[in-house]
Design a protein around this ligand. Sequence first.
Ligand SMILES: Nc1nc2c(c(=O)[nH]1)N[C@H]1C(S)=C(S)[C@@H](COP(=O)(O)O)O[C@H]1N2
Ligand SMILES: [Mo]
Length: 232
Amino acid sequence: MTNEPGTPIGRRVFLGLVGVGAVGVATGSTISNWWQQLAKRDPTGLSAVFPGGGGWRYYTVTGDYPKRPTADYRLKVHGLVDTPLTLTYDELVALPPTRLDRDFQCVTGWRVLGVKWQGVRLSDLLDRAGVQPHARALRLTSFDGAYTESLTMEQARRKDVMVAYQLDRKPISSDHGGPVRLYVAPMYGYKSVKWLDGIEVVDKVIPGYWEERGYSIDAWVGRSNGRNDETT
Ligand SMILES: Nc1nc2c(c(=O)[nH]1)N[C@H]1C(S)=C(S)[C@@H](COP(=O)(O)O)O[C@H]1N2
Ligand SMILES: [Mo]
């Protein structure tokens, strides 16, 4: 089963996603925590009108929102590269930053407008590692232990694709996939791997978690929204 971007997604996949959304069960005791938990598992979008949502849903396919202190964080760039890298959080944030003020859109329909992202261009990291000539794609992994994604080398080299460590001027929370996640501005949210820990350079596209479950490997947000042009 495949789904073209912008068309309604298949029922099986949709139900799967709703099921996934229901995994983040309330654990907090405060009211605000309760609302936050509601927002996490609410597939309808109604909780966006309540405090704490801000239009976001907090997704996880494992039922867990793993926390990793920045001191313990490592990002590996490996595979078909001349110099494999293992970057600490401090090393990553010390690299020349890139910023984007762009929308975040899930393929299920919700969208958060004008999110302020800061990070390091994925392309810069690839240059540091030295991509070998026969490389064609990336396999991206998460320290949740389950989620993966793919990008072609051409997609990965775009200026609007970054390894992000700030969201709306604050460190990315663990709910949002911090301390470090991917942000692929021109594509649906499922490309933006949370809790990013690995960038493997490979010789062909390896379908990611949701792509194995029916979503399109090319996840371009429909041009009809007029907001997906590549900018610096
Ligand atoms: N590791 C991991 N990354 C993920 C997901 C996930 O479940 N696990 N969900 C994806 C989807 S479908 C979307 S829309 C966004 C949601 O990001 P958010 O939880 O910060 O709103 O993360 C993407 N990256
Ligand atoms: Mo999504």
